[in-house]
Design a protein around this ligand. Structure first.
Ligand SMILES: *Cc1c(COP(=O)(O)O)cnc(C)c1O
Length: 515
């Protein structure tokens, strides 16, 4: 289901649909199917004098073109630093798709040649490179990396622009903006992707967790087990309902909830365990489920960072009573605004959450309970429907880039690489290293000097967050989280980073450690 723009690195001939009968023939290029850009300009070249031996002589920095002849023939050569391609164009039902970054020479025009060109943008002299020397310089600069963003969301937009605009347009003109067919479709698609029976689209990951807790009637006076190292939402959601988060320390190697500590943290008031699949890697679910069974409490996965992640071959989102996801823009599957979802195999829970997200109504204007307003909206659902088919390919690239880091950075004294238990297949929402010996600040300075983005997940363990201070936790009761908060460092790793970018980051890290 990939669009051409994600596959094409080089110019290709595409088949043009041809409808021929005795009345003549009709050739059609469907933008959505054949092109990877919306057509902004079209022009044609004809009556080229036979004395003209070559046209073209330029390159484009960003412009895509689709070229074909409607009569006669011509020859085109496309070159850049690494490749050269030659094509003979004739009216044979094919068109040539030319990505940006190729120098072009068009020669051998037959007398009757008529060449049509469709382009992705209007005329812009700044997009042209007209001197071969300037083209060589531009190519060289383009390949030389001098900065790496932590994440650059616009890369998603530029790859998927046409499909996203089309989806937006279809929603805007549909007149249905809340709980319509896009949301239903996404709920079906995402449930199928996870392998869950039900998916309920809501307004955010935080709300998703709150609805599940409310549907399970977990609230005032209750307690929930939460990991000390997570995003605040995991603990904030129960807290806002009057349910006390009881933190357990992180596992020394995986940074996930230390499942061995759960039993000791369970009290008579404990109603739920909320394990986070931190950084895109599943928590130790068999141990967690065993504790839950022993004490008869619910388990709700916080899978906000783990879309597509696997635990013993099963997808996150299907490993417990229910799971919550966030589609915050920078998550592995992100919307273009706030969005979230619940997945579960429990039909009654799903129905209950659908009611709660929509003013407590199962039937319009019949409010059986105090609900709230937190619905996944049609626009975000439509945009997520466009992005979901790419998720597996994005995960593949994240895995590849993580393997590049693993290769480049292994064996450095004082740098701890991510640990992956053999039952986990993480999706690398975050590539998190640990910088020992108090060197994190210095390494951050080196990254900043090289224009490399970074993050810290998370600088303050949850028991030490001011918003929970009334609960009276002492961070020293969570020594692993406490110590690791000063060492964790997230390096850039996103689906649209390139191997060259990861190598650039690796070079800077290796140089810092004098490797
Ligand atoms: C992002 C995130 C959330 C919250 O999601 P929102 O959609 O921002 O409310 C919850 N838990 C974890 C682990 C997250 O990373």
């Amino acid at each position: 289901m990939m669009k051409l723009s994600d596959r094409i690195a080089a110019p290709v001939l595409i088949e043009v649909q041809d409808y021929s009968n005795g009345d003549g023939s009709l050739n059609v290029i469907e933008v959505q199917k054949e092109l990877c850009f919306p057509i902004k300009r079209g022009y044609w070249i004809h009556k080229v004098p036979s004395s003209e031996i070559s046209r073209g002589h330029h390159a484009h920095k960003a412009l895509w073109q689709c070229m074909f002849v409607t009569g006669g023939t011509c020859h085109i050569r496309l070159t850049n630093e690494n490749e050269s391609h030659e094509f003979d164009l004739s009216p044979n039902g094919q068109a040539l798709l030319i990505p940006p970054g190729y120098w072009r020479d068009i020669t051998s025009f037959s007398e009757n040649a008529a060449c049509v060109v469709l382009t992705s943008d209007a005329y812009d002299e700044d997009d042209y490179i007209r001197e071969p020397e300037a083209f060589r310089e531009w190519q060289h600069d383009r390949q030389a990396i001098s900065s790496v963003p932590y994440i650059e969301m616009s890369r998603y937009y530029s790859r998927l622009r046409l499909a996203l605009l089309e989806a937006t347009d279809s929603v805007l003109k549909s007149s249905h903006y809340i709980l319509g067919k896009q949301t239903r479709q996404f709920e079906e698609n995402f449930a199928a992707y996870c392998g869950a029976d039900h998916c309920v689209g809501v307004g955010s990951g935080l709300d998703a967790l709150s609805l599940v807790l409310r549907a399970y009637e977990i609230g005032k006076g209750d307690r929930a087990i939460v990991t000390a190292n997570s995003f605040v939402a995991t603990a904030l959601s129960p807290m806002l309902l009057g349910c006390r988060p009881d933190f357990v320390d992180s596992d020394r190697r995986s940074y996930n909830m230390d499942a061995g500590l759960i039993d000791a943290a369970i009290t008579g008031a404990t109603k739920a365990i909320i394990p986070t699949h931190l950084y895109g890697q599943a928590a130790d679910m068999d141990l967690i489920m065993a504790s839950a069974k022993k004490y008869n409490v619910k388990v709700i996965e916080d899978a906000a960072q783990a879309h597509g992640g696997l635990y013993k071959g099963r997808r996150c989102g299907t490993l417990a009573d229910a799971a919550i996801f966030s589609f915050y823009p920078t998550k592995n599957l992100g919307a273009f605004g706030d969005a979230g979802a619940i997945t579960t195999n429990d039909a009654a829970l799903a129905e209950h959450c659908k009611s709660l997200r929509n003013y407590g109504a199962r039937e319009k204007y019949h409010h059986d309970e105090l609900g709230c307003n937190t619905r996944l909206d049609e626009l975000q659902a439509a945009l997520l429907n466009v992005k979901l088919p790419y998720l597996n390919a994005w995960i593949e690239n994240r895995r590849f880039l993580a393997s590049v880091y693993n290769d480049r950075l292994s064996g450095i004294d004082g740098l701890v690489l991510p640990y992956v238990p053999d039952w986990a297949e993480p999706v690398w929402h975050v590539y998190c290293v640990r910088v020992k010996n108090g060197k994190r600040e210095e390494l951050i300075n080196a990254l900043e000097a090289a224009n490399i983005g970074y993050n810290i997940h998370y600088p303050v363990p949850l028991p030490d967050q001011k918003c929970f201070k009334d609960l009276g936790f002492d961070v020293n009761d969570y020594p692993v989280s406490r110590d690791q908060a000063g060492e964790l460092l997230s390096l850039p790793l996103d689906a649209y980073h390139t191997e060259a970018e990861i190598n650039y980051v690796s070079d800077v890290v290796c140089k810092f450690f004098q490797i």
